[in-house]
Design a protein around this ligand. Structure first.
Ligand SMILES: [Mg+2]
Length: 276
């Protein structure tokens, strides 16, 4: 069956474009070829900590221009806000940036070391608490965030990834911080990043369309990337260039019946009829 021309490509980063910021062989060339054939390529990442410009710069530094093409779980969380809402941030600079980009107000940050008087002011009448990965999380942060939720704020997590792989081993992810705050608050959070619906809303806004059925999502994790494709009604290509090998990818495909298994981005480009 011929592929529709110009299908947008939604591309995961770690395990597809790079592994711990080392480019995966062929990924830079494949993205350039997809773009010159006319495909819009968006990078869809659950990284909430770094500002968008920093993530664009990291891509640019390996030869992938990305200005305007990086969608983060912080941006997804901000789609849940309305202008003027007061937000308590338990996360990194990427969350602060996203909150301000939609006209909401960062009333306080749980790691701002403010005086009890200043906290009483900043933490009052909070509409939403947004939780993302940050390394300064402590008991005091948990106390402030959960108090705001108990007082009526909506609890939003940028993502629920329990751990992250790093070159020095597995570390706790933003989802572990979120779980602590949710437990202390006694509520279930709304989660924004892949595989959940707010990230789909961010993609729809970026592509200026409601219908994402022609899109391809390419990622290396079925549980986030594949489930996200299902959430938004897109096609899914599971790449065996990251956390799983080809045999594991084939097993997942026979279990979950998604469209495609590829070695890497070069394989996706070839499937779309593009030679590199
Ligand atoms: Mg990945």
């Amino acid at each position: 069956m011929p592929e529709p021309r110009l299908a947008p490509i939604l591309c995961d980063l770690d395990g597809v474009v790079w592994l711990s910021h080392e480019p995966i062989a062929g990924s830079v060339e494949a993205i350039a070829a997809l773009r010159s054939a006319g495909h819009r390529v968006l990078f869809v990442t659950n990284n909430s900590y770094a500002k968008v410009a920093q993530q664009e710069e990291t891509l640019n530094s390996i030869g992938i221009p990305a200005v305007g093409d990086v969608l983060t779980s912080s941006g997804a969380a901000a789609t849940l806000l309305k202008p003027g809402q007061r937000v308590l941030v338990a996360g990194g600079p990427g969350v602060v940036e996203a909150v301000e980009s939609v006209g909401a107000i960062v009333a306080g940050r749980t790691d701002d070391d403010s005086s009890p008087e200043a906290q009483a002011e900043s933490d009052s009448e909070i509409d939403a608490v947004i939780v993302g990965f940050h390394r300064t999380f402590d008991f005091e942060s948990m106390r402030r965030a959960s108090a705001a939720v108990r007082a009526g704020a909506t609890l939003i997590g940028t993502n629920d990834d329990a751990t992250y792989p790093t070159s020095s081993g597995v570390i706790p992810g933003g989802g572990s911080i979120l779980a602590a705050i949710a437990t202390a608050s006694g509520v279930a959070p709304i989660i924004a990043g892949k595989p959940f619906a707010p990230m789909g809303e961010l993609v729809r806004r970026a592509l200026n369309t409601r219908d994402l059925s022609s899109c391809w999502m390419v990622g290396d994790r079925y549980s986030t990337d594949g489930a996200f494709a299902k959430t938004i009604g897109a096609k899914f290509a599971l790449a065996s260039s990251g956390v799983i090998d080809r045999a594991g990818a084939n097993m997942l495909q026979s279990e979950h019946k998604f469209e495609l298994v590829v070695e890497d981005l070069v394989g996706l480009a070839k499937h779309l009829g593009i030679t590199i």
